[in-house]
Design a protein around this ligand. Structure first.
Ligand SMILES: NC(=O)c1ccc[n+]([C@@H]2O[C@H](COP(=O)([O-])OP(=O)(O)OC[C@H]3O[C@@H](n4cnc5c(N)ncnc54)[C@H](OP(=O)(O)O)[C@@H]3O)[C@@H](O)[C@H]2O)c1
Length: 152
């Protein structure tokens, strides 16, 4: 499947790398290819820049946001929240609707085994509220390597 990952940060890198290993045709979107590849400093939390990640992932292409979106059957948003609406506007509406089965299939490939579809983007505010307890747990456990599971 042709997948466009909008975002060159740590989330974009993780998803792009894993989805490429799974055999998908992955393109990462960015504002300016030359500027992104010229960046050599880690981000403020020490994550290496895309230019350092890219050579180890030659199967993952880099394109401008509009070009990445144009070629993607699925678009994944991994951009900074303050810019996401503008970036997704570039992706165009036809890419952003009716993909729940596809998303479930991709999450399954990524290793998730109990996927609960809450519905569209309007439901996202609820799961986002888990961030606060996730941060408290990180502090209490001394690690962010844990998961939160729905038991039913
Ligand atoms: N990092 C985490 O642990 C984590 C965890 C959960 C959720 N998230 C969320 O996942 C998303 C991605 O996080 P991240 O840490 O990987 O990356 P990020 O630093 O939040 O975002 C990086 C991406 O945003 C783009 N961007 C930044 N400013 C922009 C602007 N003014 N206009 C257009 N695009 C702009 C960058 O474009 P360029 O490529 O051109 O630089 C880059 O592709 C965020 O919404 C974040 O809140 C992150």
């Amino acid at each position: 499947m042709k997948i466009a990952i909008m975002g060159t940060g740590m989330v974009g890198q993780e998803l792009a790398g894993r989805l490429a290993v799974l055999g998908h045709d992955v393109t990462v979107g960015t504002r300016d290819i030359a500027a992104t590849m010229a960046r050599t400093e880690p981000n403020p939390v020490g994550i290496p820049p895309f230019s350092a990640w890219s050579p180890a992932h030659p199967d993952v292409a880099l394109a401008t946001f509009p070009d990445a979106a144009a070629g993607g059957e699925v678009i994944v948003n991994a951009t900074v929240g303050s810019a996401s609406l503008e970036v997704l506007r570039l992706a165009g509406g036809r890419h952003l609707a009716g993909k729940m089965d596809t998303v479930t299939a991709l999450l399954t490939q990524l290793g998730h085994t109990d996927i609960i579809d809450l519905g569209g983007i309007s439901t996202a505010r609820g799961p986002e509220m888990l961030v606060k307890i996730w941060l408290e747990l990180w502090d209490a456990l001394g690690t962010y390597e844990f998961g939160i599971k729905i038991v039913r």
